[in-house]
Unconditional design. Structure first.
Length: 299
């Protein structure tokens, strides 16, 4: 009897013990592997949680800049900022209702216009529009916005040149075919005469952070939504005073326009709004807005 035959004969004789041994090994291996996996996942989720929350357990959206010594922390605006009385006019329910209707009707008339009359806008109107945008709420009153108002024809041409160059690439190479197709009803194209026709271009920059008088970096909390709200208030003011705007987001133009306008690196271009009166032959797509029931959930 050779070695192989002997091994087979032994296995056959002791098959119960061999199979039991194999089953025990299988169960032991499965349990070991399961424990290892659990250990790995718990370690990973601990690391993710630490990254999200810092050292404590409380969720943090913002990381501090390393200055963790509480004795050195000073609020960006004085801690003893006084509280002052605030008593806007008290209005009756009827008056509130009336005003809510009137404001809705006014805002429902707002449309994005893509052809402008070159008629200039008085400087004071532009000042008031930007002052109004500056009344916007902002995270911890950081006011993380800069509004660049361009009326100079040469600067408008330079802006147009950059935007058109980038848009040519956006439309032909960078944007998805679906995106370009979705834009067809709006007849938008790389050529943008409104950038030189509109009497004013308002470029809305978001400040990611700023600098305090003591030289420390000032954190800007919720700068995106704060700047978006300010832009919304600006659009409402433009509508209220009887002008029109084109809400545009010049894709991939941030760095070039920031350089052209000599803006610092902590500012990011969010919107470019040509503002003025509509061209007398201006048209807009006949769009429908969602109904109240579609956008409001009453609980
Ligand atoms: C964030 C944002 C980006 C937009 N970007 C552009 C743009 O780059 N070019 C353009 O012609 N319109 C742009 N629009 C305008 C929209 O196409 C327009 O608001 C939409 O079609 C609804 O039309 P209405 O504003 O007349 O109600 C933008 C609007 C928003 C809110």
């Amino acid at each position: 009897m050779n070695v192989i035959s002997l091994a087979i004969w032994t296995l056959e004789k002791n098959c119960f013990i061999v199979y039991s041994g194999l089953i025990v090994c299988f169960i032991a291996f499965t349990l070991y592997h399961k424990n290892k996996l659990e250990e790995y996942y718990s370690e990973t989720s601990k690391k993710e949680k630490m990254a999200r929350t810092g050292t404590g357990g409380k969720a943090r959206d913002f990381q501090d800049d390393g200055d963790e010594d509480p004795d050195l922390l000073v609020p960006a605006i004085p801690e003893d900022t006084p509280q002052i009385p605030y008593s806007p006019p008290q209005r009756s329910d009827d008056e509130i209702l009336q005003r809510s209707r009137e404001y809705y009707e006014l805002m429902a008339e707002r449309r994005t216009v893509r052809s402008f009359s070159p008629e200039p806008i008085p400087q004071e109107v532009l000042d008031n529009l930007i002052k109004t945008a500056g009344t916007s709420p902002s995270g911890a009153h950081t006011e993380p916005w800069t509004f660049i108002v361009v009326q100079d024809p040469e600067m408008k041409s330079a802006i147009r040149e950059i935007v058109e160059e980038e848009e040519e690439l956006n439309y032909n190479q960078r944007m998805s075919r679906q995106w370009v197709t979705d834009l067809k009803p709006f007849a938008t194209k790389p050529v943008k005469p409104y950038l030189s026709d509109a009497p004013a271009l308002v470029l809305v920059f978001r400040q990611t952070h700023s600098w305090r008088e003591d030289g420390k970096k000032r954190m800007h909390y919720y700068s995106e939504i704060s700047t978006a709200i300010a832009a919304g208030i600006l659009l409402a003011a433009i509508q209220y005073c009887g002008l029109v705007a084109l809400t545009s987001t010049p894709l991939n133009c941030n760095a070039r326009l920031r350089d052209l306008l000599s803006r610092p690196l902590n500012e990011r271009l969010e919107l470019l709004l040509p503002v003025g009166r509509p061209h007398k032959e201006a048209t807009v797509p006949d769009l429908e807005r969602k109904k109240l029931e579609e956008i409001m959930v009453k609980i």
